[in-house]
Design a protein around this ligand. Structure first.
Ligand SMILES: C[S@@+](CC[C@H](N)C(=O)[O-])C[C@H]1O[C@@H](n2cnc3c(N)ncnc32)[C@H](O)[C@@H]1O
Length: 359
């Protein structure tokens, strides 16, 4: 069983023809060569299949220690670190199974209501219209066909059409309730014809090659583990000469071991897949982008985050609590403070990423 799990983690390689004996059957040896991550839900579809004919199916813990003990382990990092990586990947998998067996909703309405209250109508991330304008500086969006990856409540998609003049914007997201709200917002703004939304699953983008002049994404790619795969897909759907512009949360090479980061993430209900800036730049280059660029925005975001903490420490928090409840309002303050710690320690590195499809 550990082989089936191991094969779905990244960071493992397997032999094609060499076998070893395990409990009387043949298994392929597991070899760990890189950081162990869970690129996508591993067992949700197995679970649905197993429970379809019976109510007797039982979920099995992800056997992390068995995976470690049956693997040939890296020697360049301590065994305990690899153990922790496998444990975290297993935890993420368990978290994708709530009681109902459906994958977890990461952005439930009380969280999106709180984020919208802080950042403005239809917006789930820091910065608002000014940040979007800064990301697009020097790029003429008018008349462009734009794809927005991780469109959330659709506020940014409305901006791309109404303020920046895009002729068509398609927002994609993995959560159906967000797609519904985004469609409502576009309709309210009279933009339903130009701004549309599509529910997607992680993996290949459901668009033909060379479909868009601009692929945009704001604070969403931090949820996608395989950066090279997603950048390659972005390049494929861009027209030659088209731009990829994204804001993303990256982290330092040592952040995975940082106590400040652990303290912050332990308060979060969201799961993230951070990568260091150098790795993101390498992935942009490897995907084939021309003019690849990753710029560090720590200073700006440190200031913006400080303002957010001050705001939430003030009377605004009572107003927020009246809308989303005290627990969520306190949770937002704790999250902003934790994020401040990670920004100030240099572990969390908000960045703008860009690249162009070669002509
Ligand atoms: C912090 S919110 C940002 C939403 C929006 N871009 C904004 O700034 O208001 C991150 C969004 O990414 C979406 N997301 C997560 N994983 C995704 C994936 N694999 N593909 C597309 N969207 C994804 C989430 O559902 C969520 O709406």
């Amino acid at each position: 069983m550990h082989g089936e799990f191991g094969e779905q983690f990244s960071g493992f390689v397997f032999t094609n023809h060499a076998w070893m004996q395990s409990y009387g059957s043949r298994v392929r040896p597991l070899m760990i060569y890189g950081d162990v991550l869970r690129p996508q839900p591993m067992t949700v579809s197995w679970w649905r299949y197993a429970e379809s004919p019976t109510d007797k199916a039982r979920r099995m813990p992800a056997v992390e220690v068995t995976i470690l003990n049956w693997s040939l382990v890296r020697e360049d990092i301590p065994r305990s670190q690899t153990c922790q990586q496998i444990g975290l990947a297993g935890r993420q998998n368990i978290q994708s199974f709530p009681i109902t067996g459906e994958p977890t909703m990461q952005y439930p309405t009380n969280l999106t209501n709180a984020l919208e209250f802080i950042w403005g109508e239809g917006i789930l991330s820091p910065g608002g219209p000014e940040e979007v304008a800064q990301m697009l500086e020097g790029i003429d969006v008018s008349g462009c066909r734009v794809l927005d990856i991780g469109s959330g409540l659709g506020g940014i998609d409305v901006l791309l059409a109404a303020k920046h003049g895009a002729s068509a914007v398609i927002g994609i997201d993995v959560e159906p309730q967000l797609i519904d709200s985004a469609r409502d917002l576009a309709a309210k703004e009279g933009l339903s014809g130009r701004v549309t939304f599509q529910l997607v699953t992680t993996g290949k983008l459901p668009f033909a090659d060379a479909s868009f002049n601009l692929v945009f994404s704001k604070d969403a790619m931090v949820h996608i583990t395989d950066k090279l795969a997603v950048y390659s897909e972005v390049l494929r759907v861009l027209k030659p000469g088209g731009w990829f512009i994204a804001a993303d949360w990256l982290w330092s090479e040592s952040a995975a071991e940082s106590a400040v980061v652990h303290a912050w993430l332990s308060k979060m209900q969201l799961t993230f897949a951070f990568t260091p800036p150098a790795a993101a730049l390498r992935a942009l280059i490897e995907a084939g982008f021309a003019e690849p660029k990753v710029s560090d925005l720590r200073r700006e975001l440190q200031e913006a985050n400080r303002k957010e903490v001050a705001l939430l420490e003030g009377p605004i928090r009572q107003k927020l609590a009246a809308i989303v409840g005290t627990e969520m309002a306190e949770n937002r303050l704790a999250s902003a403070k934790g994020r401040q710690g990670a920004l100030d320690s240099g572990d969390l590195i908000p960045c703008h990423l860009s690249g162009r499809r070669p002509t």
